[in-house]
Design a protein around this ligand. Structure first.
Ligand SMILES: Cc1ncc(COP(=O)(O)O)c(C=O)c1O
Length: 379
């Protein structure tokens, strides 16, 4: 059995008719800009806001590193606020830090679960701060009917984490539109990057259905990738943790627009929720879950569990064909010193299990069986 970390790309997705329903937010947002990756949108947003060194941005201490690099590269100064073990901000600490009159309060919605936006928006109003919602991990999540990303002045999304597209990040301007952003000129994404990642996604889909043949083709694709790298063919890294100022003007690939128009978003949200609930029922009381709640409309990116030795458990699951994901191992040295104990705990112990739209009921059962066979003493 093979269960990929991310949804795969199939010919069916190109042959499907355009959906008549129209696209959901943010894909239908009036003022949206697309980039190859979301970190470029974050960088350009902070540049367009004309940040100076003395302008403070309050950023959660639990973060990927890509958003932090982009904000700092645009010239802003970051002060971290603590995230608690339930993935929500410590609102008392955030209120205390807001007395610094930050120019921006930056909010990350983790894995589809919403942050307490009413309280944070009130704080922004009180302090005159700009509210930015980072929904890189929360595309299609609309708790109780309101999509994440609509309350902020600006919001950012990562498309390729939830959808079977080779790249794609969106920046949405919900209120003020910045002239500087309208004037941006982006370069085409190199074909080798779009084709290479699309081929990988197609092979992931094949391997999830026919492990042996998919595995062989994957090996061939990897060897081909090594050849391209040896020949110094330009590739833009997608899905990595890293920062390259030279990549900030690269556009989303046109293939993404083709696929985006053909997806069934209701089904994607429904499948992710069904898989989450199925796995929750299988693991209940036997594994420590990070979040057990799933309000109406929440679209989970993964099923997060807490384990003592996350690297060892991830390796064991990969050996069994399960694409467990480790968010986030990398941490920038300065952020590490500024991280509270809860963020450090999350970095050390959260492991993400795949429950995306391509995962079927028998695969959920397999994941549960394999997880329960491991020594998963609570963290
Ligand atoms: C919370 C968060 N924000 C922003 C990003 C940047 O996304 P991208 O990889 O599309 O640049 C990521 C991805 O790593 C993320 O996890």
């Amino acid at each position: 059995m093979y269960i990929s970390s991310w949804p795969g790309l199939t010919p069916h997705q190109f042959l499907q008719r355009h959906s008549d329903e129209g696209l959901p937010y943010p894909l239908n947002a009036a003022n949206r800009l697309s980039f190859c990756v979301a970190r470029s949108g974050i960088y350009h947003l902070f540049r367009a806001l004309k940040f100076k060194k003395e302008d403070i941005v309050l950023v959660p201490d639990y973060h990927s590193g890509n958003e932090v690099s982009a904000i700092q590269a645009a010239g802003a100064t970051i002060v971290y606020y603590p995230i608690l073990r339930n993935l929500e901000p410590d609102l008392d600490a955030l209120s205390r830090l807001a007395k610094l009159n930050p120019r921006v309060i930056y909010v990350i919605h983790y894995l589809g679960w919403p942050q307490p936006m009413k309280e944070i928006a009130a704080l922004c109003r009180q302090r005159g701060s700009i509210l930015i919602e980072d929904c890189a991990l929360s595309l299609l999540s609309e708790p109780n009917g309101t999509p994440l990303g609509v309350s902020g002045d600006y919001s950012v999304f990562c498309l390729y984490k939830t959808l079977p597209v080779p790249n794609g990040g969106l920046l949405v301007q919900n209120r003020n539109c910045l002239g500087e952003l309208a004037a941006l000129k982006l370069r085409r994404c190199p074909q080798t990057t779009a084709i290479g990642r699309s081929a990988e996604l197609a092979l992931e889909a094949l391997r999830s259905r026919a492990d042996l043949i998919g595995g062989i083709l994957f090996g061939i694709k990897r060897a081909f990738g090594r050849l391209l790298r040896a020949a110094d063919v330009r590739q833009v890294p997608i899905g990595n943790i890293g920062w390259n100022i030279g990549d900030v003007n690269i556009a989303m690939s046109s293939i993404c627009n083709t696929v985006i128009k053909r997806l069934d978003y209701g089904r994607i949200r429904r499948k992710r929720r069904e898989n989450f609930l199925h796995l929750r029922q299988k693991l209940e009381g036997r594994v420590t879950m990070l979040r057990e709640d799933l309000d109406e409309g929440v679209c989970p990116l993964f099923f997060p569990i807490l384990v003592r030795d996350k690297h060892a458990v991830a390796r064991a699951l990969w050996r069994r064909g399960i694409g467990a994901v480790e968010f986030w191992n990398e941490v920038r040295p300065l952020a590490e010193r500024a991280s509270g104990p809860e963020a450090q705990y999350l970095r050390a112990h959260v492991l993400e299990l795949p429950i995306h739209q391509d995962v079927g009921p028998s695969q959920v059962e397999y994941i549960a069986d394999q997880v329960l066979r491991l020594d998963l003493r609570a963290a």
